[in-house]
Design a protein around this ligand. Structure first.
Ligand code: SAM
Length: 180
């Protein structure tokens, strides 16, 4: 189990176009060890309801909230002990993730920023690390999953899912789901 406190910030969500991909970002965050998912751009209660429904069925692992002013939030951010977490921005223009991750300080937590349609230039400056998962454009969901897997040294999936009503047991064939 990873003991890094991870929050994911999704910038520039568009309610008309992005619900599916942003929901996938939240579900990857939940499944791979993040404790919080912050949504910036358009407010979207429906998206949060979907994550709450997954939490209720499969265990509460992710808190979601809307962040109206992400830049202000990032400028002032401190963790519960008053220390500033490390800010990591995922961008195809950044440094290679596998070789850079070992130098990323994690003791005060990590905020992982995932961009949207247009990423403000200040995000590159305010971030402690601009990290690329390959220097080609692809998917924010793929970038987040690969980054979280490497950051947590493959332990992201090995977390607790408290109060789960449904638990899936690995099966060679078919679905093995237990109601708790
Ligand atoms: N055009 C946007 C911009 O201004 O940078 C990027 C759009 S891209 C589909 C959305 C997000 O996916 C990016 O902001 C970044 O967080 C993530 N992303 C896409 N490709 C990536 C890569 N190769 N490495 C890291 N993150 C990537």
């Amino acid at each position: 189990m990873s003991n890094i406190d991870i929050e994911v910030l999704r910038l520039g969500h568009r309610r008309g176009r992005d619900p599916r991909i942003t929901t996938h970002l939240a579900l990857v965050s939940r499944a791979m060890g993040a404790s919080k998912f912050l949504l910036a751009g358009d407010e979207d209660d429906k998206l949060f309801e979907n994550v709450v429904s997954v939490n209720e069925r499969f265990g509460h692992a992710l808190d979601c909230r809307y962040e109206k002013r992400p830049l202000k939030f990032l400028r002032n951010i401190v963790n519960s002990e008053g220390n500033r977490p490390t800010i990591v921005h995922l961008t195809m223009y950044g440094e290679p993730f596998k070789t850079t991750i070992p130098s990323i300080p994690t003791e005060n937590g990590v905020i992982v920023i995932v961009g949207g349609a247009k990423v403000p230039g200040e995000i590159f400056k305010i971030s402690d690390y601009n990290i690329a998962v390959g220097n080609q454009p692809h998917s924010e969901v793929a970038a987040l999953a690969l980054f979280l897997d490497a950051l947590t040294d493959g332990e992201g999936f090995n977390q607790e899912f408290p109060n789960a009503k449904l638990v899936i047991h690995p099966s060679k064939s078919g679905k093995d789901v237990k109601e708790v």
